[in-house]
Write a protein that binds this ligand. Structure first.
Ligand SMILES: [Zn+2]
Length: 187
């Protein structure tokens, strides 16, 4: 939940965080619940290119990738291994996006998504993730530890041990529940 900008991820990673948050679990709203919603969101995020496909299959894959990214971000809390199921979704999205190497006039190179449409846009998001893994910001993209929330946030805490999207709300709520549990078990 929440709209605070302090949870924003650094530059190129921010659209990934926002993509995961297209599903607001606490509010029960989904910005990409249908094909039109997906296309609108990708266009507004600046990820839509060309005249590519977006239909039911692309929608299903986009929503699957969103949950794989949410699970991957959750794994950043305790640095747990990603499951084969999550890896399969990420790899499949990368393959469909046709990620390839492109050389630049500046005597350098970059990776780009060869596919257009929604699959290409998913590839763009994945490339932002791999860049973030390379630059070292990825381990700080997390989802709120509250099961009712699971909001993606960028952990700006000094030690990188943040667990909740907002200490003021979810963190306090978790502490109160723990306190009640302790009272129940001790009393
Ligand atoms: Zn939260």
């Amino acid at each position: 939940m929440s709209t605070g900008t302090s949870m924003a991820a650094p530059d190129r990673l921010e659209p990934v965080r926002r993509f995961v948050n297209t599903l607001d679990i606490e509010a029960g709203t989904d910005a990409i619940e249908n094909v039109a919603g997906l296309r609108t969101w990708l266009t507004e995020a600046g990820l839509w290119r060309g005249d590519g496909q977006v239909g039911d299959a692309e929608l299903r894959r986009a929503r699957g990738l969103r949950e794989a990214l949410r699970t991957a971000a959750a794994a950043n809390h305790d640095k747990v291994a990603l499951s084969p199921a999550v890896l399969a979704v990420l790899d499949d999205a990368a393959e469909r996006a046709g990620i390839l190497v492109s050389f630049t006039p500046e005597r350098n190179w970059r990776q780009v998504a060869g596919a257009s449409g929604a699959d290409g846009a998913m590839g763009d998001l994945l490339l932002r993730v791999t860049e973030s893994m390379t630059t070292g910001t990825w381990p700080r993209l997390k989802v709120c530890a509250s099961d009712a929330c699971r909001w993606a946030f960028y952990d700006n805490s000094r030690a990188g041990t943040g667990k909740w999207c907002s200490m003021r709300l979810c963190g306090n709520r978790a502490k109160q529940e723990a306190w009640r549990d302790r009272r129940r078990t001790s009393g």
